[in-house]
Design a protein around this ligand. Structure first.
Ligand SMILES: NC(=O)c1ccc[n+]([C@@H]2O[C@H](COP(=O)([O-])OP(=O)(O)OC[C@H]3O[C@@H](n4cnc5c(N)ncnc54)[C@H](OP(=O)(O)O)[C@@H]3O)[C@@H](O)[C@H]2O)c1
Length: 346
């Protein structure tokens, strides 16, 4: 049936129709370890979905690593690997993904990519907690995207939630389990596993690094709560003080004490803004009741509760560590950038 006065061809064309050819998005990947290799695997497995749902096709054009000979568990053409940051940055791409971590050479990669007018996606919490606002200003000046969902909460979309959904709400407090490694260890202790065995298991599964001291001392969670405080209240994360109480070097006695008291030991982070505008942030072990929502956050999961004026308490929970969970957050950023390019928004 055709309505009178309506052009037939136009009537047949759904308003959501998009041109057929997918937008090719050229991606350079810095770091092909736990997160980077998982990202490559996800992109390869879901190729068809990106084209049909988002109208984009990712093309991996350069991969920066230390050792090009290393086995990575995903198919990457040997010709794409480089060990030179300069060579990596000289390749013409749309997006640079940084999944190296730490500062050198990750910071050089991110700054170089922004300066070259590339969009940047990074999983690097240390870099964002230290230089986030400055990097954001540099990216804004270049009209480039700077995305870092994977830097906090692994696969839990807390960065996007604070930036967008809660952008117009007055956030009062943020509380969370922000470190997957320590949550994995404390879950194992609650289940009766010995601490040393739990640590070996966490390392074997890729949740804990060879040197897990930043996790155990609360420094990783402190970086993350700084980033969330920046997103919620605009404070400079590098200048934000965080009161950090490390986990005891042997947390078994404290975990046993929690059990005797009918509770469970969790390693929590939090931030609150008081009426005078000051933000107080902390990371510390806390014994919580077993019916508290955080008590059911197990293994490498993360959870964040955000209390805001108009929404009340918003609860986010999911996998906070591991290659696939973290890579899925990176991929979400990548898709957002790709869609922006596809529809000429960035
Ligand atoms: N793993 C997680 O569960 C997780 C969770 C949340 C966030 N993140 C963040 O994700 C990022 C990546 O973590 P990851 O666990 O994937 O680390 P990873 O497994 O250690 O991988 C690091 C990658 O960077 C490369 N790399 C290191 N130094 C380099 C250098 N000087 N030049 C060139 N390449 C270099 C390594 O190359 P080679 O392979 O050749 O050695 C490796 O491919 C970090 O910012 C981390 O904080 C990780």
């Amino acid at each position: 049936m055709t309505a009178i006065g309506v052009d037939r061809a136009a009537a047949r064309t759904p308003i959501t129709a998009r041109p057929r050819a997918p937008r090719v998005v050229r991606v350079a990947l810095a770091g092909c370890g736990t997160v980077g290799a998982s990202l490559v695997g996800l992109i390869q497995r879901q190729r068809g979905l990106f084209e049909t749902r988002h109208g984009v096709r990712f093309e991996l054009v350069s991969v920066l690593v230390r050792d090009p000979e290393k086995e990575r568990g995903v198919a990457v053409s040997r010709q794409l690997f480089t060990t030179s940051v300069d060579e990596f940055l000289s390749v013409d791409v749309d997006v640079v993904v940084e999944a190296i971590g730490g500062f050198d050479p990750a910071e050089r990669v991110v700054r170089g990519a922004i300066a070259a007018g590339r969009h940047v996606v990074t999983a690097n919490k240390a870099l964002i907690a230290t230089h986030g606002p400055e990097l954001q200003r540099l990216a804004d000046a270049q009209q480039g995207a700077l995305q870092f969902e994977a830097a906090v909460g692994g696969g839990v979309p807390v960065v996007r939630t604070l930036r967008s959904e809660l952008g117009g709400h007055g956030v009062r407090t943020i509380t969370g389990i922000l470190n997957g490694t320590t949550n994995f260890l404390l879950t194992a202790l609650a289940d009766g596993v010995r601490y040393a065995d739990a640590l070996v298991d966490a390392q074997a599964r890729g949740f804990a690094e060879a040197d897990p001291s930043r996790d155990l001392q609360g420094l990783d969670a402190a970086d993350k709560i700084r980033i969330l405080a920046w997103l919620a209240w605009g404070v400079d994360p590098a200048a934000q003080e965080v009161l950090v109480e490390p986990l005891p070097s042997d947390p078994e006695p404290l975990a046993r004490q929690a059990k005797r008291r009918g509770g469970v030991l969790k390693y929590l982070a939090g931030a609150v803004r008081s009426d005078d505008g000051r933000v107080r942030a902390w990371v510390r072990p806390v014994i919580i009741p077993t019916d508290h929502p955080f008590a059911s956050v197990r293994d490498e999961e993360n959870a964040v509760h955000i209390d805001s004026d108009s929404l009340g308490v918003l609860r986010l929970q999911g996998r906070g560590a591991g290659g696939n969970a973290t890579a899925s957050a990176v991929l979400g950023d990548l898709i957002e950038v790709a869609r922006g390019l596809r529809y000429g928004e960035i």
